[in-house]
Design a protein. Sequence first.
Lengths: 511, 525
Amino acid sequence: MNILDYHALLPELLLAATVLAVLVVDLLPVRKAWVAVVGLIGLFAAFVPLLTLGLCDSLSFCEETGVRTMFDGSYTVDTFSLVLKGLFLGAAFVVLLISVGYLESGRFWEGEYYFLILASVLGAVVMASSRGLVTIFVALELVTAPTFLLAGWRKGNAKSNEAALKYFIIGVLSASVLLFGMSLVYGVTGELTFTGIREAIVGAELRSPGFNDLPLLNVGVLFTLLGFAFKISAVPFHFWTPDTYEGAPIPVTAYLSVVSKAAGFVGLLVITYAAFADLRHIWGPALWILAAASMTLGNLVALRQTNIVRMLGYSSIAQGGFILAPFGAAIAAGVTGAQLEDAFFATVTYLAIYAFMNLGAFAVIVAGAKRIGSAELKDWGGLYQYAPGLAGLTLVFFFSLAGIPPFAGWFAKLVMFRSLINVDYSWANVLAVIAVVNSVIAFVYYAKVVKAAWFDPVPEDVLSGEARSAVVPPTLKLALGITAIGVLAIGVFPAIISNLTEMTKVFVAGF
Amino acid sequence: MSSFENGWALTLIVFLPIAGAAVVLAVPKAREEAQKWTALLFAGVSFVLSVIVAMQFDYGDAAATQFGTRSDLTWIGAINSNYTIGIDGISLPLLVLSGFMTVLAIIYSWNHWPEPHNPKIFSALILVLATGMNGTFVALDLILFFVFFEVVLLPMYFMIGIWGDRNKIKVPVLGIETEMRLYASIKFFLFTLFGSAFMLLGFLTLYFQSGLETFNIGELAAGGLAEDALGNLAVWVFAALFLGFAVKVPMFPLHTWLPDAHTAAPTVGSVLLAAILLKLGTYAFIRIAIPILPEQAQDWAPVIGILAVIGIIYASFACLAQTDMKRLIAFSSVGHMGFVMLGISTLTDIGINAAIIGMVAHGVITGLLFFVAGSMSHRYHTRDMGRLGGNQKLMPIMGGILGFTAMASLGLPGLAGFWGEFLALLAAFNPLAGLSTTLFRTLMVLGAIGTVLTAGYMLWMLQKVNFGEPSDEWADHDLHDVDKYELAAWVPLVVATLAIGIFPRIIFGATTDAVTAMVQTVFGG
């Protein structure tokens, strides 16, 4: 198994080639939009081997089937990672579509933008397969480092500079915390791969009972967890999020809140479950607290926001709490088997649906900011009177985020509640009640945006502005179309997504 | 069986309206005639289909689910939720009522578009609402039910928020001044969302803790197995369902969103809200809460009965304190739904029959009352009963219809409203064995006092609005009497009120067997 399996690595290889190709095309004397086209083609090309790998059983040229493990067990390609890679590539595709028009209309470096964002996507794709401390750290840094630069892409803007600097400092801090935790874990167990770490812990506990309570090991585990908590901006490690989200260019914010955040979640799920499963009594309750705190605080602060991007920043913190809830509660309860699989299914399903609707919401904001010239809530009044289509999409995405049928968000909420109720553990049920109350609170601020767009009068200065006649670029329209159709289709026929995400249950059974 | 009887008829009845909404939205904004006709066509075909279903319905076997899909038609495999729909004698009258009211709402709207004028979006919303309402009455899978139950929120939220009352009010507690429509729309949504989120937790607990792992309402209800398996959890599940349904009904003390929503909503919104949306809650009690959790229903029955009667009395006094005509009718709805809930709380076949006919009658009568109130405020530009008066002289036909409807609403024998109230009180005399007879007879007496109070405030309203001499204020106003669209929308309701009043068999013919069978299986006779 130690030889390279090129078929399994093909998505990463194609993506790496695209990253280089983008740099080359950037040198050619062509319109910068071609750079984006190369990037889009590259993302699409990287998607194809995902399909051939997933359908390997029924393809004649495919020799090896099942789980493919490489690099001494620190890199694994299974259905779990394939589904998530597909999610990352799809989301990145939409982010690029949103970016094209945005970059062309402002004074931005364009070629480098695509280079950086694709490099970050490559990191996310690698993350899904990482099964070792080194690979997962490299993947995480590859996801994060380019985004430090991207957050400050609006060079002349003070807020954007603040966003980048804040994000950079917190990012470096969390990386060092993470590395410190990992080094302790390595020091205690002497292993780098997750399976190795897990076996080492089990073996040591057998030989000398009480090993699991070794303070050094527990601190290592908690620090590792903490490093990821920064990445997914879980409360109380969230304070960089609103400023960075507001200051960064909106497409970058969309990327941060969906792809980069999802990559963080995937890393967290994999490292905690695959490596530290036997220490779940330590990090399970910690996840429970992170979930409850994130959804509550994120929602309460979001209520007070007047800028839509900043509101979505807090909303994404709260949504992160919802995503974490099923897994955290199931782990805290110590369940195994079918219940844990259900929790995993719920978390991954929520993540996938969240990606669709949050990208859609950001695409709406980009389009709205182009028409209106602002992302301040008060300027969005009466949107439906002069842009009914955009107002309709506002309704679709923001109500989907609130979890109102028939938009996809309801199904995400449903599987979350389902998993929390399924666990026969009163703390999980308490979390379900907290989540219900939070869902109702969240509706208030999502509805604020819809209310502004539909119920409020058009503000004077917006009426007279020339922005009203601004044209939404076709790529952005495509992004809106893809996400809107996704949100509606999943909302009416949730089986589309649930059949896919159900396959990730295999991951749980594998350990 | 033909595919028509195998789910297709009901599927079309449910989804034709929302397809119509999509078509209406595709019609260019300027072509209003085309938008109206499209809306009417889709709603009309859906209603005609429901009438055909009602005619082909086998009334000899009303207790059985008919026109349903196979129970194993998968919708969301991963969570084991199926596309299970069907009707029986309990849901049939409500399904027909829903289609009927939708068509009338569109006809009435023909030249009564509320401001800001936008027939395209308004009629699309009516159609989406119709899909949600019809769907709730045919859904036999809890998740499917939940989705339809929630889908009705969106269109109503927009109807109130965009076309609602623009008068400023001061928000209680928060102390902010805002427009009525904004306050009422978010309050309506939040109350219902809060209730239904807990209801969903209840459904999920039923799924897992009953050990049956099914969302099928029929399977969950079979033999009371689910409830036995739940053990101590059953009380919590019932509480969660109660919260979800009671907000929707609405029952005292969860009713406070209703007067605001009704007062703020445009006429058609008020009509559909009163006529159909309130029934979703009471229907859910009969369809879900009682059959699946019969023992809990017995434990909770006194609470429900007491709250119902408090609602009746409280609503009557609240009505007498109103100056706004629409708000008075809204509070009268709380009272009427109180009678429906009183009927349900007796857990007898008479009581539940009374509840269903009460629901249909309330839908027809209060729907008409809101139509008339809407048309009057359209002409007088006020709903203040202190300024109205002498309506009978100014607009004889409108006044006549208002008088007729008010009589029907106060429960005059021979008109539709009578049966629901009378039978609910009759049922309270002799509730299900095991329930406290003393308590329910007390409730009966109090409810009977409520009927007197109902007559009191309805006549009081008539006296203020209809009788007397018109004030000089209206002397130079051009107050034209009912127009042809109003007549087209109202005459069918007047006829229905008379028909149900004189031949209650129209409703009982469908419901009696179904209700008796249900009570027999659930409570063993």
